[in-house]
Design a protein around this ligand. Structure first.
Ligand code: ADP
Ligand code: MG
Length: 266
């Protein structure tokens, strides 16, 4: 059994998200998740990697407070205002089609009753962070899939959350666009130092992005293995073609296959 993916006791100050014995069983009786023990440190980039239906989205929704755990403890630092400390990027960009990029990004500030001047400044800042300043007046239908996802990311960043939860955000994009967004996301993470919990079913994406990859079992998702990716933080395309990257990907793939109960050719 792997040891639980937790930070040693006494280092609480650095913990952004803590799960203890967390399970989720839906009303229809589907046991979707857990039990799971997991600590994510402040500023850390962690991926949850697992097969479709293993409870990854469920885990993010519990952390975001969008749904309640059936048992166990979900703690988020700055928990008093969880909706302010967390930004959520969904798999679909979920933009309002009838209004501009700018208004889409501004929406969370409007809902939080931020003054119009401050909202304008912060919206402009968030659009600049994702490289969409010139597209502020465009409508979602005028944008490519990658650009829509950038809008969605800007909307999550505009409230300056401490924690960014990302649910397979790039899964629907072509590979070149996905690689570009991976690099841009890493640059943002380095600059902004947010805690990122990134859900994916791609071994390659999880290894490229993360400091730590958490491999989950099929439903109900539990933690099967954990990998620390000790590559330089300044990852770029060279990393994708390095032997180091290939080695990590192989190890994580093997763990994922084992967790899924597949028989491996030795
Ligand atoms: P993943 O994101 O890893 O694909 P999910 O967290 O979406 O997995 O779902 C885990 C399991 O829980 C799946 O079997 C799914 O069908 C089920 N599930 C998800 N949401 C609900 C819900 N609201 N009600 C009932 N079952 C659900
Ligand atoms: Mg999902």
């Amino acid at each position: 059994m792997p040891s639980p993916a937790t930070v040693p006791p006494g280092s609480d100050a650095g913990v952004a998200v803590r799960l203890r014995g967390v399970t989720k069983t839906y009303d229809n009786g589907v046991a979707a998740l857990g039990p799971i023990d997991l600590d994510v440190r402040k500023g850390e980039f962690v991926s949850l990697l697992g097969p479709s239906g293993c409870g990854k989205s469920t885990a993010l929704r519990l952390i975001a407070g969008l749904s309640a755990a059936s048992s166990g403890l979900v703690e988020v630092s700055g928990d008093q205002a969880r909706n302010k400390s967390i930004g959520f990027v969904f798999q679909e960009p979920t933009l309002m089609p009838w209004t501009s990029v700018r208004e889409n990004v501004r929406l969370p500030l409007k809902l939080a009753h931020v003054s119009p001047d401050e909202a304008s400044a912060r919206t402009g800042g968030a659009l600049a962070q994702v490289g969409l300043r010139e597209f502020a007046d465009a409508f979602p239908r005028e944008l490519s899939g990658g650009m829509k996802m950038r809008v969605s990311l800007a909307r999550a960043l505009v409230t300056d959350p401490d924690i960014l939860l990302m649910d397979e955000p790039f899964a629907a994009l072509d590979e070149i666009t996905r690689f570009r967004l991976n690099n841009d996301l890493l640059a943002l993470w380095r600059n902004l130092r947010k805690t990122v919990i990134f859900v994916t079913h791609s071994v390659f994406e999880s290894v490229y992005l993360s400091q730590r990859v958490i491999v989950m079992t099929p439903r109900p998702g539990r933690i099967a293995a954990e990998f620390r990716i000790d590559a330089a933080e300044l990852r770029a395309e060279e990393f994708r073609t390095s032997p180091e990257y290939a080695g990590y990907c192989r190890d994580v793939s093997v763990a994922l296959a084992r967790a899924s109960g597949e028989k491996l050719a030795s």
